[in-house]
Design a protein around this ligand. Structure first.
Ligand SMILES: [Zn+2]
Length: 403
């Protein structure tokens, strides 16, 4: 199962990042609340500062673990309360400067919120090699290829190992630089720099909105009722799953090697599938002059439903990737993407508007308890997603509209 890492308030599946730190995809973009966020993963040449960074990393994560423990035990989830409770002790006990102490607190509080929203029972713990969170006051991109990082021993300057494309992205004025995470993996440091910009204003197409419901059995279903089947992916997954179980039992070096190779193959297959589906959906939107509507996952941790949690846990990697592909392909094609409130999209009747949990009879079947409308559950959800945007921009009309 995927574990998640927190990056600037967003929970990202670890395997997703692993894929990204490969040279193949040094950047990813996500759309949340109409803000585009992209993260550029850059290899770092630490120029002899290895020991300092290692010590800082350990102190930072020990502090974050301690803060999480305190907040957990005392039921603190509010940032300000947490700050006053732990600030002085963080500085004294772990030797962190004022600003790094704040970053450690931010990391701890976010992790607690994420864990609580998932109703997990355990307080988060961060290992000595877990990432360091940097914000605008603790790191600074300098001219050319240098970055200055706050450490236990003041600021150190490291060199970014940049490709031409990464360099162009970092200096692109259209994007604001946010925070960064210092990540250590197998002896190498990487800086994950995040950038933000407002999603570009694309003129609203006149063909209406194509709602898209992303799921497991059907990877995507649109509001026209077209499904992009996960059947093939599921078959491949099941096959790899069996193989994985067998290899895990064997446990030899060779078996471990084959486990890794298989994981790579499975990911590549998933990726191809996601490329095909996102391409088909964006083309459909272009041809029919429609905008796309997806569920907004901002704050999904606070309003998780069983249905979503299930998806999020089990297929988070594929789920994130499909959203990401859809987002950037749509941006390239000039198709606006609207994010809608995901609450009730799966339990509301698209014919009469009746909302009830019992409407959703199973993963695949929707049966309205009021009007008796019966249809595929994903299709019904996609129709609601497609309409939700207009309902939100035009509240008074939405109240009387059934169509
Ligand atoms: Zn109904």
């Amino acid at each position: 199962m995927d574990t998640h890492v927190l990056m600037h308030g967003e929970e990202v599946p670890r395997s997703f990042l692993r894929d990204l730190t490969g040279l193949e995809r040094p950047c990813y973009t996500m759309l949340m609340s109409n803000t585009l966020t992209r993260v550029i993963c850059v290899k770092l040449n630490v120029d002899g500062h290895d020991a300092t960074l290692t010590a800082t990393q350990r102190a930072f994560n020990e502090a974050a673990t301690w803060i999480a423990r305190v907040c957990w035990d005392e039921g603190i989830t509010n940032t300000n309360t947490a700050h006053h409770r732990v600030y002085a002790e963080t500085r004294l006990g772990y030797g962190l400067g004022a600003q790094l102490a704040c970053c450690a607190r931010a990391k701890a509080v976010e992790a607690i919120k994420a864990v609580k929203a998932k109703k997990h029972e355990t307080c988060p713990i961060f290992g000595p090699r877990s990432s360091i969170r940097y914000d605008a006051r603790t790191f600074r991109l300098m001219s050319l290829d240098r970055v200055s990082l706050n450490t236990l021993e003041g600021r150190v300057v490291c060199r970014l190992v940049l490709g031409a494309r990464q360099h162009a992205m970092l200096v692109d004025r259209a994007w604001d630089v946010g925070g960064a995470d210092l990540v250590w993996r197998q002896g190498v440091y990487y800086l994950h720099v995040s950038q933000h910009r407002e999603a570009p204003d694309t003129p609203e197409p006149d063909g209406g909105t194509l709602g898209v419901d992303l799921g497991i059995t059907q990877l995507a279903t649109d509001s026209d009722g077209q499904s992009f089947s996960g059947a093939q992916v599921k078959g491949v997954r099941a096959r790899y799953h069996l193989r994985r179980q067998r290899l895990q039992k064997v446990g030899t070096k060779n078996a471990k090697h084959r486990l890794r190779t298989n994981a790579g193959r499975e990911h590549r297959f998933q990726k191809d599938t996601n490329h095909c589906i996102s391409k088909a959906l964006v083309q459909k939107a272009v041809v029919s002059c429609k905008a796309l509507a997806l569920e907004d996952l901002t704050g999904i941790r606070e309003r998780i439903t069983v249905r979503h949690e299930h998806r999020y846990e089990r297929h988070s990697w594929a789920f994130f990737q499909l959203r990401q592909f859809l987002t950037y392909k749509a941006a390239w094609a000039g198709v606006p993407v609207h994010l809608v409130d995901p609450r009730n999209t799966s339990r509301t009747c698209s014919a009469c508007g009746h909302c009830e949990k019992a409407n959703r009879r199973s993963q695949s079947e929707f049966l309205c308890q009021r009007c008796g409308m019966n249809m595929n559950a994903d299709h019904n959800a996609a129709i609601n997603i497609g309409r939700a945007y207009w309902a939100a921009v035009n509240r008074p009309m939405a109240a009387t509209s059934n169509g």
